[in-house]
Each structure stands twice: as C-alpha cells, then as structure tokens.
Design a protein around this ligand. Structure first.
Ligand code: PEP
Length: 244
C-alpha cells in the first residue's frame, strides 16, 4: 500500500571537500542509473560543496538538501545560511532539528519550528528530525519526547510538503540500528501525530546496506536518513537500490 514515494536521504555532516564530493559524484552516478521510479534520492552535503555536487550530479535525479537553514531570509546572523541562498543553487530540501545541532548548539523546538516554516514558505521541503536519547529511552519517555518534538516542531507546517525523520539518538553513529519493527511502530505513531496519512516518515540511525531491505519492508517506514553510510558511493547506492 505504498502510495507514498520513498525518500532515501544522505547526510554528509561535516565531511567532504569539493574535491571529495566530485569524486563521490563520479562513482555514484552510474550506480544509481537504473533506480526504480518509486523512490527519490536526496543528498545533504556541507554548504561549501553544494555548487560542486549540484553540477556533478546534474541530470542524475538526485535532489540536494541543506544540512540546516536559518529562519530569517537575511540578517545579522554570522555564520548562518538562509533559504534564498540555498534555493539559488537549486537546493530543494533542508534538514531541520537534527540531534547534533540540537545538542551542540542548543537548538530548541521553537527555533526548529521557525526553520521548518521558513523552509516551506520559501519552497524548500523540511526534513524534520526527531528522536529520543538513550536516557529518555531507558526512562520510557520515548513517545512523550517525540510527540512533543512533532507537535512543537510542526506547528503551522503543511504535512504535504514535509518529511519527518525518526532518528533515535542512541542509534546515530553507533552501529546500533533500532529493530525494524520498533522503528516502524514509532514511525506509525509519528504519522498519527502529524495527522496526515501522506506525510513521508523516514527512519535514521546506523542504516547500512545490511539493514536497508528489512527497514524498507516496514509499512510505516517511507525512507531513510543515512549518515556514515552515505559517504561511500557503493554503500549509499546499495541503500538507494534497496529491494523489498
Ligand atoms: C544521521 O546523522 O542522521 C545518521 C542517521 O547518522 P548514521 O547513519 O551515521 O547513524
């Protein structure tokens, strides 16, 4: 019953110079030449590699995302990047609320909501990341935490031009993938909280070529957000070519 198109997204984090992005594109392009049309591929390089990656993946059917986006369209915000700056390069998506800026830059649900709203208003598709920490999971607060992140992060946001990524923090970069059935259960809850059956809900957290098929076989997992394994063109291409 997959009416929703799958979205396979890679988040490069603070990896990849332009030279490395160019080499990635050269290897990756032929490996995704025959992707079935039931899925979309998105890559989020560092801001500095966006023009290079757009140029070298032109016509390959890969959408480009910002790893974050500011809520103002311009202003006195040293070090930040706005939606018009991304759109000018052909960027179509923006990750907001990733656990790393939530942790290292103390981003709040309120700021993340502003980012998501500005993204949509300017024509970018926000990829809102939500997920519980290890401590929160141990304390059985998973559902309450994610419900709050969804409710506050998505206030005033249109569910039709939106991706939500369920990323349990304990599974990010740790090699511990959340069990597929549990990830599916949480993704289903998120869909219910968003309140629209067509919202695309991804799973993220140590996704790799060995776990992708099982994850994509779940009814409420519409795609994945991939960190580490998206840096290797062969691994990320295998993930994009998942089979259910
Ligand atoms: C991420 O950062 O969004 C992520 C899921 O990372 P990894 O795949 O490396 O766990």
């Amino acid at each position: 019953d997959h009416v929703r198109k799958a979205v396979i997204a890679g988040n490069w984090k603070m990896h990849m110079t332009c030279a490395q992005a160019r080499a990635f594109a050269a290897s990756f392009r032929p490996l995704i030449a025959d992707l079935p049309d039931d899925r979309e591929v998105v890559l989020a390089p560092p801001f500095t590699a966006i023009p290079t990656l757009c140029r070298h993946l032109a016509g390959a059917g890969v959408a480009i995302a910002g790893q974050n986006v500011h809520w103002e369209e311009s202003g006195a915000y040293t070090g930040m990047i706005s939606a018009p700056m991304l759109l000018e390069h052909g960027v179509t998506h923006a990750i907001v609320g990733h656990s790393e800026p939530r942790k290292y830059f103390s981003e709040t649900d309120e700021q993340i909501n502003l980012r998501a709203r500005t993204a949509q208003k300017t024509g970018l598709i926000p990829i809102l990341c939500v997920g519980e920490s290890d401590d929160q999971r141990e304390a059985r607060e998973t559902e309450r935490v994610i419900h709050r992140q969804v409710e506050q992060g998505l206030e005033g946001v249109d569910p039709l031009r939106l991706i939500v990524a369920y990323e349990p923090i304990w599974a990010i970069g740790t090699g511990k993938t959340c069990a597929a059935e549990e990830a599916n259960r949480i993704c289903g809850l998120i869909r219910g909280w968003v309140g629209h059956p067509e919202v695309v809900v991804q799973y993220g957290g140590s996704v790799n070529p060995a776990t992708i098929d099982m994850l994509m076989a779940q009814s409420d997992i519409d795609g994945v957000l991939v960190g580490g394994a998206s840096l290797d063109p062969v691994s990320f291409a295998r993930i994009a070519n998942y089979q259910v």
